[in-house]
Ligand binder design. Structure first.
Ligand SMILES: O=C(CO)[C@H](O)[C@H](O)COP(=O)(O)O
Ligand SMILES: [Fe+2]
Length: 217
């Protein structure tokens, strides 16, 4: 069964814990934490302080998606705040292998993120070292954008690369995932689907989660 990772980017920041408790109660596995610095992407969101506060009351897997320049500078802070998985953009890392080792040195899971236009060739030599590959299906920076259709083929290619090497690497897909396209994403090979507006954009979060789960089958 596909894992769901609600993105708190689309939650009500004034009622953040309340919203997060709703997705936890609805059975979502990961909490997707979008960190933006206003440099790598044109938007600014949240830092480790908020993650640390949420950690006290939430038992989901904390999946931090760092959309920041120079991520090495902040990895320890996000680890100390309680993240279980940290993913960094290949486009933001000059020494990608070193950054992956840095994350793993703290005993947590490490992942790499690819923008829609970034080739899978860029992770050919680090695939054996990561726990997750996050494929962006929108250009990063904002929630509520439309899924870019050519990413489906990219998911299939990545699934093939992982299976051919017999690796235990999760594929996460992020951006524009809705009840109308989640089956296409899962059938292509995704293990984890991020959903921001498709979950937090709804009055009834239980119903929104149910609609994603049912349509994923
Ligand atoms: O990383 C992101 C944007 O950069 C978000 O995780 C993503 O956009 C989720 O929101 P939605 O499901 O509404 O597209
Ligand atoms: Fe994200």
């Amino acid at each position: 069964m596909v894992k769901l990772a609600p993105s708190i980017l689309s939650a009500d920041f004034a009622r953040l814990l309340e919203d997060v408790k709703k997705v936890e109660k609805a059975g979502c596995e990961y909490l997707h934490i979008d960190v933006m610095d206003g440099h790598f992407v044109p938007n600014i969101t949240l830092g480790p302080g908020i993650v640390k506060s949420l950690r006290k009351d939430v038992n989901m897997v904390f999946d931090a998606h760092l959309m920041i320049e120079n991520p090495d500078k902040y990895i320890k802070e996000f680890v100390d705040a309680g993240c279980d998985i940290i993913t960094v953009h290949v486009e933001a890392c000059t020494h990608l292998h070193r950054t992956i080792q840095n994350i793993k040195s703290y005993g947590i899971k490490a992942g790499v993120v690819l923008n829609p236009a970034t080739s899978l060739d860029t992770i050919k030599y680090v695939l054996d070292d990561v726990d997750m590959v996050l494929l962006m299906s929108v250009n990063p920076g904002f929630g509520g954008q439309s899924y870019i259709p050519c990413v489906t083929e990219k998911i299939k290619e990545l699934r093939k690369m992982i299976d051919e090497r017999g690796l235990n690497v999760e594929i996460e897909v992020d951006g524009g995932v809705k009840p109308s396209n989640i089956k296409e994403v899962v059938d292509a090979g995704a293990d984890v689907c991020v959903a921001g507006s498709a979950i937090f954009g709804h009055e009834d979060i239980d119903e929104a989660v149910k609609a994603l789960r049912e349509n994923a089958k």
